[in-house]
Design a protein around this ligand. Structure first.
Ligand code: AMP
Length: 381
């Protein structure tokens, strides 16, 4: 089944192909025809399944012939829980649209940065991707009108509700026209998501993509190394250099450790930036952009800051510090091997970590070989 057969026109198919989306993923196959038809939809799908394009492609298709008529009256509203996701989703719309003859204006807005530039940029916007709080601020400032919204997308609805955005959501829903298309995407169907889908969706189509083990889905090779604490730094540098890693995402357990490691790597000729919640939003966006553009070799992140980030063709993830939970382990290694590519996930295990690492393996139902590093000469690293 091709994108064309799903009902997308040549312009959108070309945009998708240029992004490397040649064959539709399962969620895209199931969702696209219904989104095009204007149906409400409940999509249970994880990040990594291609869910963003599952709504972005058909919504770009429809917006081609249905542009925003009045200034600042957006037609499509995509609500997301985090700034990182807002940027990422906005990028998918922009990147696909860049290859289409009709330029549709997409804007991503989120808090933590100055509101004025966003107010200016909202002029002429067709598709708005927003975090709930900032959207309400923009509405208060009369920078955007929601009375013409024809399609509402709630992406990562479970996370949005868990982060306590219920009240904001209710306020936003009250500003939307009653007659509209609603698309709700969530990784899980928990009680909160179920409650909201019942009030929001009208005879929805259910698209459920079973969560797959990222190991099977994405061909990630997992390995671990037994390393004494005091040798972790030199061993990490040895790994990066010895394996000629073009790029690597390194996970640490705390903000200060991220900054410290970035300095150490830099002193040893490995360009690195940190991504953690102690940094301003601007600095985080900049760090991620530098890494994505290949300007730095290593991105050193904490679990919280790395939630949901999507980096194409990331070949290596290193767990410099063990994750706290097995869920975090799965999330971390799932940053590599995206969309069918191969990836390697390497974990450093100190003697103190050994027991915890056994528990992680048991809970995630894997057996990860632990290599001893005695033979390696770390002098000079
Ligand atoms: P998402 O689930 O939206 O976070 O998408 C996960 C990743 O899959 C992103 O890196 C997309 O660029 C990629 N992707 C989405 N659709 C396709 C497709 N049809 N073929 C290949 N890659 C895709």
């Amino acid at each position: 089944m091709s994108f064309k057969e799903l009902g997308l026109s040549g312009a959108v198919v070309k945009g998708a192909t240029k992004q490397g989306y040649t064959v539709p993923t399962p969620v895209q196959k199931e969702a696209i025809p219904y989104v095009l038809k204007g149906k409400d939809l409940l999509g249970i799908a994880q990040t990594g399944s291609g869910k963003t394009a599952a709504y972005a492609l058909p919504l770009l298709e429809k917006t081609q012939t249905n542009r925003a008529f009045k200034n600042r009256h957006v037609k499509v509203l995509v609500l997301v829980p985090t700034r990182e996701l807002a940027l990422q989703v906005g990028e998918v719309f922009l990147a696909v649209n860049a290859h289409m003859p009709i330029q549709i204006k997409t804007l991503a807005v989120f808090g933590g940065v100055s509101i004025n530039p966003q107010m200016m940029k909202l002029q002429g916007t067709d598709i708005l991707v927003a975090t709930p709080g900032r959207l309400l601020d923009l509405v208060d400032n009369k920078a955007v009108q929601l009375s013409d919204v024809e399609t509402l997308v709630l992406d990562e609805a479970d996370k949005m509700l868990n982060l306590g955005f219920e009240q904001e959501l209710r306020q936003i829903l009250a500003l939307l026209p009653k007659k509209r298309q609603n698309l709700l995407f969530s990784a899980t169907l928990d009680a909160k998501v179920n409650a909201i889908q019942e009030t929001l969706l009208d005879q929805p189509v259910l698209v459920e993509i079973q969560p797959e083990d990222p190991l099977e889905a994405a061909q990630i090779t997992e390995q671990a190394y037994a390393v004494p604490s005091e040798k972790k730094g030199p061993f990490l540098r040895w790994l990066i250099k010895e394996q000629k890693m073009p790029q690597v995402l390194i996970f640490v357990s705390a903000t200060q450790r991220a900054d410290h490691l970035v300095t150490k790597l830099g002193n040893n000729g490995i360009k690195a930036v940190a991504l953690h919640s102690g940094k301003s939003q601007g600095a985080r966006t900049e760090a991620l952009a530098l890494f994505k553009r290949g300007k730095v070799t290593a991105l050193v992140a904490t679990d919280l800051a790395a939630r949901g980030i999507d980096i194409e063709q990331l070949p290596f993830v290193i767990n410099y510090d063990l994750p706290r939970s097995s869920k975090d382990y799965i999330h971390r290694i799932g940053r590599t091997g995206r969309a069918g590519a191969t990836g390697e996930a390497l974990t450093l295990v100190t003697p103190e970590d050994a027991h915890h690492f056994k528990i992680i393996q048991k809970q995630t139902k894997r057996t990860i070989p632990i290599k001893e590093m005695e033979e390696i000469d770390l002098k000079g690293y």
